[in-house]
Design a protein around this ligand. Structure first.
Ligand code: FE2
Ligand code: FE2
Length: 164
């Protein structure tokens, strides 16, 4: 990997993080009664999203849909097989309950994502289409119909976000 590619990856990560962070700052500003501050946070968040997308394009990381599904699948597998288990153990050992819960939610849902991407890869090009439902608390991702309650965090199924 060239230095420039390494910098593009770093910049992509940083801009993506700034997008999420500014979006959270905007919500907080709204709650604290600073609507104009929220507006600038949202404007900057949008700009950081554009920077992140530009860096990603320069990295040529978006390929054919089949290749993109394979990349997503290997990323999800890495997360639940190698990344999160150790993080969960460390958070537990250090007594950081919030981190442990956050890692646990992500770890469980990455397993679900792996299965969904594998299924998609195996059936790519078939005309079957249905919505997905996402838990607003843990990100659990369910096809076709929301469950009565989230299997990962227990949230009510009616709260799931429909993606179609
Ligand atoms: Fe995932
Ligand atoms: Fe959930």
């Amino acid at each position: 990997m060239s230095h420039t590619e390494k910098y593009l990856k770093e910049a992509f990560a940083g801009e993506s993080q700034a997008n999420r962070t500014y979006t959270a700052f905007a919500s907080k500003a709204d709650k604290e009664g600073y609507p104009h501050a929220a507006r600038l946070f949202r404007a900057a968040a949008k700009a950081e999203e554009i920077h992140a997308s530009n860096h990603l394009r320069a990295l040529k990381a978006v390929k054919s849909t089949k290749e993109n599904i394979q990349a997503a699948l290997s990323g999800e597998n890495h997360e639940w097989q190698e990344m999160y288990p150790g993080m969960i153990e460390t958070a537990k050992a250090e007594g950081n309950k919030d981190a442990e819960m956050s890692f646990h939610y992500a770890n469980e849902v990455e397993k679900v994502h792996s299965k969904l991407y594998q299924k998609l890869l195996d059936s790519l090009g078939s005309s079957e289409a249905y919505p997905y439902y996402v838990c607003p608390y843990c990100g659990n991702t369910i096809e076709k119909e929301a469950p009565a309650a989230c299997q990962v965090c227990g949230a009510k199924g009616e709260l799931f976000l429909k993606i179609e």
